[in-house]
Design a binder for this molecule. Structure first.
Ligand code: ADP
Ligand code: MG
Length: 396
């Protein structure tokens, strides 16, 4: 499935004011950007616009301010400075979003200039998708570009609003994300192995359901595995479990069987007597989890089983860690799976905030074919949902 919306390539941007929604929702510590992945991800489109003489106006949210006015801890200024640092471009910043000061800063732009507006969420109306907000923002531009993949699933003022007033195009990041995350499910090179982990079945049910429709093998790990164990009638001790989802988990197993999708669940586990950084792992079979232990990671035999499945795959999609990877004692399973993917020639697509954090922690990011910059947005695509931000763009 190719991307079906118009992109900046289709727009005449020469000398035009291009209002672009980016995702500069970066982590900050003491006013310094601690991970610039999202800023870097926006650079190709910014570079293209600059090289094509556009007047570039960038807007984004950052964090969760109250929405009653400026809050210095959530200012976009550090992100603007980071953009200047990584591109070498002169980047202007205005500490205003919807007022006269912002409008004046926009009016002063020359072709090739880059201006970053202050956090769109300093006004409550942004999240409510208030038309006044959209109108004000749209007045800054001649065309609108959406490149904020990480927020494309939210129908908020700066994401979908300007498209009602301006011709609206996709940026390169948005195009690549949507294209990658939809085409692997439409026409994966087989065998297609999907790996799902993380804490809860309940938060991943749509993902699991959709994956059973397209994958050849579905690997399950992490805390959610224990709810599947319950569905199989096994006992799980103190492991994370969602009693209300046992039935659904059982239905998933049945659906997979009917469709001929192979499901792999852990055969052994690293368990502990409490949940903590200092907990000591013990390896137990999945049929013998003691009542006073909780499953924290997949075990060594399971690592081998999963690595073999990955080795045989042509396409791998991965979301959700195999264990409590934040604790070094229980990061082993997640790392083993990450390394198996890194060592394989398969097309590998990774989505989900914690999964991406894990891969970065192991230093394996550049070994993957594509790492999605959007947590929630990528999961919604994988569930087969349309993203409101993308829907609002012009059809190609
Ligand atoms: P992602 O952000 O990649 O989509 P999730 O948010 O679904 O992933 O899950 C990540 C969380 O799941 C991590 O914080 C991890 O510690 C937790 N987790 C993984 N395995 C277990 C387990 N066995 N018990 C408790 N928590 C777990
Ligand atoms: Mg998460």
């Amino acid at each position: 499935m190719a991307f079906t919306k118009k992109t900046v390539r289709d727009a005449d941007v020469d000398g035009k004011r291009v209002l672009m929604r980016v995702d500069f929702n970066v982590p900050l510590k003491d006013g310094v950007v601690t991970d610039d992945t999202r800023v870097r991800a926006a650079v190709p489109t910014i570079q293209y616009l600059k090289e094509h003489n556009a007047k570039i106006i960038l807007m984004s949210h950052l964090g969760r301010p109250k929405g009653d006015g400026p809050e210095p801890a959530f200012s976009l200024k550090p992100a603007a400075e980071k953009l200047a640092e990584v591109t070498g471009y002169d980047v202007k910043f205005v500490d205003d979003t919807y007022g006269e000061k912002a409008a004046e800063a926009v009016a002063a732009l020359e072709p090739g200039d880059i201006l970053v507006l202050e956090n769109v969420r300093f006004d409550k109306r942004e999240k409510k998708n208030d038309p006044e907000i959209a109108k004000t923002l749209a007045s800054y531009g001649d065309i609108f570009v959406l490149d904020a993949f990480g927020t494309a699933h939210r129908a908020q003022g700066s994401v979908v609003g300007p498209a009602a007033y301006l011709p609206a195009y996709a940026g390169f990041l948005l195009e690549k994300e949507v294209d990658t995350l939809t085409s692997i499910f439409a026409e994966p090179e087989r065998p297609f192995v999907a790996i799902v982990g993380g804490s809860k079945v309940s938060s991943k049910i749509g993902v699991l359901d959709h994956l059973i429709d397209s994958a050849d093998t579905l690997i399950i790990g992490g805390g959610m595995a224990y709810t599947f164990f319950l569905a199989q009638g096994r006992s799980v001790g103190l492991s994370l479990k969602e009693e209300d989802w046992v039935e659904r988990a059982g239905e998933m197993l049945k659906k997979a069987e009917e469709k001929g999708v192979k499901i792999l669940l852990p055969i052994d586990n690293r368990v502990a007597d409490h949940f903590g950084e200092d907990a000591v792992p013990e390896v137990v079979s999945s049929d013998a989890i003691p009542d006073d232990r909780e499953g924290m990671d997949i075990g060594p035999e399971t690592e081998k089983l999963y690595a073999d499945a990955v080795k045989a795959a042509k396409t791998v999609f991965w979301n959700g860690p195999m264990g409590v990877f934040e604790f070094d004692n229980f990061a082993h399973g997640t790392e083993a799976v990450a390394r198996a993917i890194a060592d394989s020639d398969c097309t590998s697509i990774i989505g989900g905030g914690d999964s991406v954090a894990a891969i970065n922690k192991f230093g394996l990011a550049d070994k993957m074919s594509w790492i999605s910059t959007g947590g929630g947005a990528s999961m919604e695509l994988v569930e087969g949902k349309a993203l409101p931000g993308v829907e609002a763009l012009l059809d190609a």
